[in-house]
Ligand binder design. Structure first.
Ligand SMILES: [Zn+2]
Ligand SMILES: [Zn+2]
Length: 214
């Protein structure tokens, strides 16, 4: 079983995650939006091997510390995701930083992923990329079928859904993504959200007020 650490970063408490394989000590960081030094410190203190940085989408609170983290380890550490359609938002990270008053540690070239692509980052657990536009055009959720969890960024939250009023957002597209890509997952799939508490697919299918009519 992968161990999943949650590190709230930035003043808006974005849930940066560190996925750790308990035997190999391989680690993958998902959405290092800020506090790169803290995240790096946890990885170093536990002697983990940082293999990759994964991004769910191109908002500054999810990408702000990518460069800072790479500088602490290896500038060549792959940055994987989101989808190609996010390129414009990633180019605008310095402007996003100014707009939201958050720190941007520097530019990076990600390896864009496509819908359905499978990432073999750990010996016995893989992540399937689900393209889920709506909150942003190129948002990606990462689904681990072996361990029944999905990292959803800002696509869906406990009792809520991602905002669609920022550039590239679209409400109908978001509903369609949630319906076709997330509500089709098994009910006992743990949902790790970009902000706030975690949930699971069954609970949101039954109780999420935005999804009752889907
Ligand atoms: Zn976002
Ligand atoms: Zn966010």
């Amino acid at each position: 079983m992968l161990e999943i650490m949650t590190i709230p970063v930035t003043p808006i408490a974005q849930n940066c995650r560190v996925l750790v394989h308990p035997e190999t000590q391989d680690a993958v960081v998902v959405d290092p939006g800020g506090e790169g030094q803290t995240v790096a410190g946890i990885i170093k203190n536990q002697d983990l091997h940082l293999k990759a940085i994964l991004l769910t989408h191109g908002h500054i609170d999810h990408c702000g510390a990518v460069a800072e983290l790479r500088q602490q380890f290896d500038e060549e550490i792959p940055v994987i995701g989101p989808h190609q359609d996010e390129a414009e938002l990633l180019t605008a990270l310095p402007q996003q930083a100014t707009f939201f008053g958050l720190k941007f540690s520097g530019a990076f070239e990600p390896q864009y992923v496509s819908d359905g692509q499978v990432l073999k980052l750990f010996e016995d657990a893989s992540l399937t990329c689900l393209h889920t536009p709506g909150h942003t055009p190129g948002g990606i959720c990462y689904y681990c079928a072996e361990e029944r969890f999905v990292l959803v960024g800002d696509t869906i939250f406990l009792d809520s859904i991602g905002r669609t009023d920022l550039p590239g957002g679209d409400t109908q597209t978001l509903f369609a993504s949630i319906k076709s890509k997330l509500l089709t997952l098994p009910d006992d799939t743990d949902v790790f959200c970009g902000h706030g508490d975690d949930t699971n697919i069954g609970r949101e299918r039954r109780c999420n007020p935005y999804l009752c009519t889907l």
